[in-house]
Design a protein around this ligand. Structure first.
Ligand code: UDH
Ligand code: MN
Length: 343
C-alpha cells in the first residue's frame, strides 16, 4: 500500500508536468523563444526552415560583416530570387526622370531600393563613375532599378561625378564612391559599373561572392566574348573585405584604360581569383558611344599595370584625397560631385 507521503509526491510531480506543458504551449516561459521572435512574420513558411535561415544570418554571415539594421520581422530572401529570365533591352526609347520615378515608386531618395517581403543577404552599393553622360545615366536607371528590384537587392546607387573638365579618372571616382557610400549605410558589397552597360538577363545576379566577380564578361561590343582572358572592365563586384584587401583601385590612372587591368593584378597578387557568371547569362549591352572628350588614352600610367603588387599598399584607398563640391539625394540616385585634382 502507498503511503500518504508517496501519493502527495506523485500528485506534486503530476501537477508540475501539467503546468510545464501548459506554459510551454502558450509561450509564457519563453521556451519557444526562437519561435516567438519570428512569430507572425512568415505565415506561409515552415517555421523550422525559417528559423534555420534566421540563425544562419546572425551567426554565420560569411563575407558580410555588419548587420546593424537586421529586420527581425522578415525572413531571409531566397539565395536565388524567383522568376529570373532574359530581358529585351531597347536603348532607343526616350526616357525621362519622371517616367523612371513613376515606374519605380518603391525607390527611396538617394536611389535606395529594398525587397519588401524578405530581408536581403547583402547590402549593395552600386558605384558609377560619371561625367556628362546624362542620356546614358537615364537609360541605365530606367533599366537597372527594375532589374535590381527583381533580383530582390537591398541597394543604393552612387553616381560619382568628376567636376572639372580635366582628364577623367574612372578608378579614383570608384574609390570615392566606395568611401562615400559607407558613410550612408553599412554596405557590404560594392558593384563598380560603367554608366553605359546594361545586363540582358536577370539571372546575372548583381551580387558579391567568395572572390571578386567580373559581371560584364559577355558584352555585345565584344561580340559577347572576352576580348582577352584577364579583362576586368565594365562591371565588377567586390565585398567590402575584398576591396579593402586590394586597397581599392589605383588613383593614378588618368585618361582611358589600364586601371581595370591593374585592379586585376591586385586581386591576383593577394591570392584571390576572379569569378565570372556563365557567358550565356552574362550577356550585356553597352550603349553605343564615341570616346569622350577628356578621356583620351594617355598611356601615361600603363607602365604601372605590372607594378600592382609592389605599389598597391601605397596607392589606393589608403592614399585617396578629394573634395566633395556637391552631394545630392535625387529620387533615383545619390550624386556626389568631386574635385579630384589633375594628372
Ligand atoms: N565616363 C563618363 N564620362 C566620361 C568618360 C567616362 O561618365 O567623359 C564613365 C562612364 O561611366 C563610362 C566609363 O567611364 O561608361 C568608362 O568609359 P568608356 O565608356 O569610354 O569606356 P569604354 O571601355 O570605352 O566603353 C570604349 C570607347 C569606345 C571608343 C571606340 C573607339 N574605337
Ligand atoms: Mn563605354
Amino acid at each position: 500500500m502507498m503511503s500518504w507521503s508517496r501519493i502527495f509526491a506523485l500528485l506534486l510531480a503530476l501537477s508540475f508536468i501539467f503546468t510545464f506543458t501548459v506554459l510551454k504551449s502558450t509561450d509564457i516561459l519563453g521556451f519557444t523563444f526562437d519561435k516567438m521572435k519570428i512569430k507572425g512574420s512568415t505565415p506561409h513558411e515552415n517555421i523550422q526552415d525559417t528559423q534555420n535561415k534566421f540563425w544562419i544570418n546572425l551567426k554565420n554571415p560569411g563575407n558580410i560583416s555588419n548587420y546593424k539594421s537586421v529586420n527581425y520581422r522578415l525572413p531571409l530572401c531566397n539565395e536565388i530570387p524567383p522568376s529570373l529570365h532574359t530581358l529585351t533591352i531597347n536603348t532607343s526609347i526616350k526616357v525621362t526622370f519622371e517616367k523612371i520615378i513613376a515606374e519605380n515608386t518603391n525607390v527611396q531618395y538617394g536611389g535606395h531600393g529594398k525587397p519588401e517581403s524578405c530581408q536581403a543577404h547583402q547590402k549593395i552599393a552600386i558605384v558609377i563613375p560619371y561625367r556628362n553622360r546624362e542620356p546614358h545615366l537615364k537609360m541605365w536607371l530606367y533599366n537597372m532599378h527594375p532589374f535590381l528590384q527583381k533580383q530582390q537587392a537591398d541597394y543604393g546607387i552612387y553616381v560619382v561625378e568628376q567636376s572639372q573638365n580635366t582628364t577623367f579618372n574612372r578608378a579614383k571616382l570608384m574609390n570615392i564612391g566606395y568611401t562615400e557610400a559607407l558613410k550612408d549605410y553599412d554596405y557590404n558589397c560594392f558593384i563598380f559599373s560603367d554608366v553605359d552597360i546594361i545586363p540582358m538577363d536577370l539571372r546575372n545576379l548583381y551580387r558579391c561572392s567568395k572572390n571578386p566577380r567580373h559581371l560584364a564578361n559577355a558584352v555585345d561590343k565584344f561580340d559577347f566574348r572576352l576580348p582577352y582572358e584577364t579583362i576586368f572592365g565594365g562591371v565588377v563586384a567586390f565585398t567590402k573585405e575584398q576591396f579593402l584587401r586590394v586597397n581599392g583601385f589605383s588613383n593614378d590612372f588618368w585618361g582611358w584604360g589600364g586601371e581595370d587591368d591593374e585592379l586585376y593584378n591586385r586581386v591576383v597578387a593577394v591570392g584571390m581569383k576572379v569569378e565570372r557568371p556563365k557567358q550565356h547569362i552574362a550577356r550585356s549591352k553597352m550603349i553605343f558611344h564615341k570616346r569622350d572628350a577628356g578621356n583620351e588614352k594617355t598611356g601615361k600610367s600603363f607602365h604601372l599595370i605590372s607594378k600592382a603588387k609592389q605599389r598597391m599598399y601605397q596607392d589606393g584607398l589608403s592614399s585617396l584625397t578629394y573634395n566633395v563640391t556637391e552631394h545630392i539625394k535625387h529620387r533615383l540616385f545619390t550624386k556626389i560631385t568631386v574635385d579630384i585634382g589633375t594628372l
